[in-house]
Design a protein around this ligand. Structure first.
Ligand SMILES: *Cc1c(COP(=O)(O)O)cnc(C)c1O
Length: 395
């Protein structure tokens, strides 16, 4: 049995999304900027996709900008708000300690330019509150950027409340909604979101395509200069097949959101209940406000990397933290931010589910993980010290 449980890293494409793309490779392939009728047919597909996506997130089509994915959208949103801010002498940005690196590294770059960054503490409930945002606001705050849902530990943030706080203070609010889009309800007007990033490959669409929603009236700064595509804010010939695949995938995910999330949450809860039986483990992430597909644990006395390799040999594709952190020896910044000490953070496992997972697959994972954890502990010198009392258990 081969179980794919790494849907937070990327998802399998849906047949709906693939079928939506096919006409745009060999039939309607002209450049949407061309004035001839073939170009205009491509342009129509582009604008239809824009309308579909706008409808799914509750904005106007002209507030949708297509990008190469979530990372680019995050970069452009944050840099744009920073440029607007610095023109008014405002150079303070509020974010959280467990953002994706696309956000954190952009903030680091701005910090080197002289911006002041406040990263909100996420150790309580593995989440933040709107009050924390309110307390951090200053006269010179030019942006609040908080993710909608965390990609490693699944915490879902109180986005509407944060939006309300920002609106009252008149500070632009961006949210990295890459893990939320297609999985949780989004209505940017009702939630007072000024800018939002999403990425198609996290909801069964193609890779390399995403969206930046930017409220009318907020000036975007270009990251890519050139042609006049995307209202002059993002140059480059539009990737029509990917854009149409993304629109179809988002529409499909939103139409089936309730049934899918109920199904996936039931699988998640079974997995969490089963894995909690393993001694000396801890669930990471907000236990209540949680993505329907996220299961994240730390197991004391083991190395996450060894766990992943053995699980892979037993047919389970999982992850230790985010796909981006794997390959580096540092423990995940997210696990450190919620207060896990280095040794514990190294023994992490993330299983992220989708509606394509089955109950049989969950049973397989539940049969395999405890066995592999027990084996790794049996050969671990750290575990031996813990058992001998030479070291104190943390979990
Ligand atoms: C995957 C992910 C991104 C990056 O999106 P890409 O389209 O892969 O660039 C950004 N933020 C979060 C929360 C993600 O999960």
């Amino acid at each position: 049995m081969q179980v794919y449980a790494d849907n937070a890293a990327t998802t399998k494409m849906s047949t709906t999304a693939i079928n939506a793309m096919l006409p745009y490779f060999q039939d309607i392939y002209a450049n949407p900027s061309s004035l001839h009728s073939a170009g205009q047919a491509a342009k129509e597909a582009l604008e239809n996709a824009r309308e579909t996506i706008a409808r799914c997130i509750g904005c106007e089509p002209r507030e949708i900008y297509f990008t190469s994915g979530g990372s680019e959208a995050d970069n452009q949103a944050i840099v744009s708000a920073a440029r607007i801010g610095e023109r008014k002498g405002k150079k303070h940005i509020i974010s959280t300690a467990f953002e994706h690196h696309a956000v954190l590294h952009t903030l680091k770059r701005l910090e080197k330019e002289g911006f002041e960054i406040t990263l909100l503490d996420v150790s309580k409930n593995h989440n933040i509150t709107a009050d924390q945002v309110k307390d951090a606001l200053r006269e010179d705050t030019c942006l609040v950027t908080c993710m909608y849902a965390n990609n490693e530990i699944g915490s879902v943030l109180p986005i509407a409340q944060i939006g309300a706080v920002c609106k009252e203070a008149g500070v632009p609010f961006h949210t990295d909604a890459v893990q939320a889009a297609g999985h949780l309800p989004i209505h940017v007007k009702e939630q007072n979101i000024d800018m939002l990033s999403l990425s198609a490959h996290k909801f069964h669409g193609p890779k390399g395509i995403g969206v930046l929603y930017c409220r009318r009236g907020l000036m975007l700064t270009n990251l890519i200069d050139g042609g006049a595509q995307e209202r002059g804010k993002r140059a480059g010939t539009e990737n029509i097949p990917a854009i149409c695949g993304m629109a179809a995938a988002l529409e499909d995910s939103c139409a089936h959101m309730q049934e899918n999330s109920a199904k996936v949450a039931a699988l998640r809860d079974k997995l969490i209940a089963g894995l909690s039986q393993i001694p000396h483990c801890a669930l990471n992430g907000d236990p209540v406000n949680r993505l329907s597909g996220n299961v994240s644990f730390c197991f004391e006395g083991i190395e996450g990397e060894s766990l992943l390799l053995l699980l892979d040999m037993k047919g389970v594709c999982a992850s230790s933290g985010s796909a981006c952190t794997s390959g580096s020896l540092d423990p995940s910044h997210v696990l450190l931010a919620i207060g896990r000490v280095h040794d514990v953070a190294h023994g992490s496992l993330r299983l992220s589910l989708s509606e394509y997972n089955t109950e049989e697959e969950i049973d397989h994972i539940l049969a395999v993980v405890p066995q592999v954890v027990e084996y790794l502990r049996s050969i671990s010198p750290v575990w031996r010290d813990l058992m001998n009392g030479k070291r104190e258990f943390i979990l």
